[in-house]
Design a protein around this ligand. Structure first.
Ligand code: SF4
Ligand code: SF4
Length: 274
């Protein structure tokens, strides 16, 4: 599932162009003006001040009430089943070897060493990975990771063609028809959540299953989690489960010191987790 800004310039509703064709057409319309050492890229359909059609204010009479979504990860509940990983891969056609979400396992041994590895999609039982003697373990826990949907998203800020954008509901999305696969955003994300999809040649990442949440469904990973370690919902509804849980217990965000202001929040995250 891709998200698009409908401003590529193609008006043919039966258009059979593939993504590469559309991007080529888009690039033909990109004008780069070089002013000494500075270069200014002018986007087709953008106004002189850089405003894009999707940035315009609502029409008069259109409702300005938009949902405020939130995502909460409870590391104390996660059991490392890997069900969320398969659900995400199937729902979003994630190629083998890549992931929009992953689960890290932290094992603190009694000798003071810490081992961090990735939970296999099958979970650990039957994975063939060597088991760990529980007598050697001081404590262990699982940490699901996904896009943090940062309010001040570096990925969004570095995109040279405005393919990375924020939806009206505050979800960070990628317009795959605009994306030129330069991977600037992959480099800029301090959480390692983006990749270039080898099948599309464009940036890819978790969108909180935008296509599902906009039809009042849960993200696939949330639906698949057998223990409720992932909670998604509306923060503007005080009666939603996520609102109640955030009100009841302290929550944290990852790498708060970076000032990206993530909207994905964590319950009782350990200091070792970054
Ligand atoms: S976690 Fe990375 S990809 Fe997601 S919004 Fe933040 S910077 Fe962008
Ligand atoms: S790879 Fe990232 S930065 Fe480059 S065009 Fe695509 S979305 Fe923008």
């Amino acid at each position: 599932m891709t998200q698009k800004r409908d401003d590529t310039g193609c008006n043919n509703t039966n258009c059979m162009c593939d993504d590469a064709t559309t991007r080529r057409r888009f690039l033909q319309h990109v004008t780069t003006i070089t002013l000494g050492a500075m270069s200014l890229t002018v986007l087709p359909g953008a106004s002189a001040d850089g405003e894009l059609p999707g940035d315009q204010e609502d029409s008069p009479g259109e409702s300005k009430e938009r949902p405020i979504f939130g995502f909460l990860v409870d590391t104390e509940k996660c059991i490392g089943s890997g069900k969320c990983l398969t659900a995400c891969r199937v729902e979003n056609n994630v190629p083998d070897g890549y992931h929009r979400t992953w689960v890290e396992r932290y094992v603190h041994f009694k000798d003071g060493t810490v081992q961090v590895d990735l939970v296999p999609e099958t979970g650990y039982s039957g994975s063939g990975l060597p088991s760990i003697d529980s007598d050697d373990v001081d404590r262990a826990y699982f940490v699901p990771k996904l896009c943090n949907q940062c309010e001040d998203a570096p990925c969004n800020q570095v995109c040279p063609v405005h393919a990375s954008f924020t939806s009206p509901e505050g979800v960070e999305l990628i317009d795959t028809e605009r994306c030129i696969g330069c991977a600037y955003c992959v480099q800029a994300c301090p959480y390692g959540t983006r990749f270039i999809n080898p099948e599309t040649g464009t940036a890819d990442k978790c969108t909180w299953c935008y296509h599902r949440i906009m039809r009042d469904e849960q993200p696939a990973c949330v639906e698949a989690c057998p223990v409720g370690a992932r909670v998604f919902g509306r923060l503007d509804d005080p009666e939603s489960e996520i609102s109640k849980r955030i009100a009841a217990i302290p929550t944290q965000v990852l790498k708060a010191h970076l000032g990206t202001h993530p909207k994905t929040r964590y319950v009782r995250i350990s200091d070792e987790v970054t």
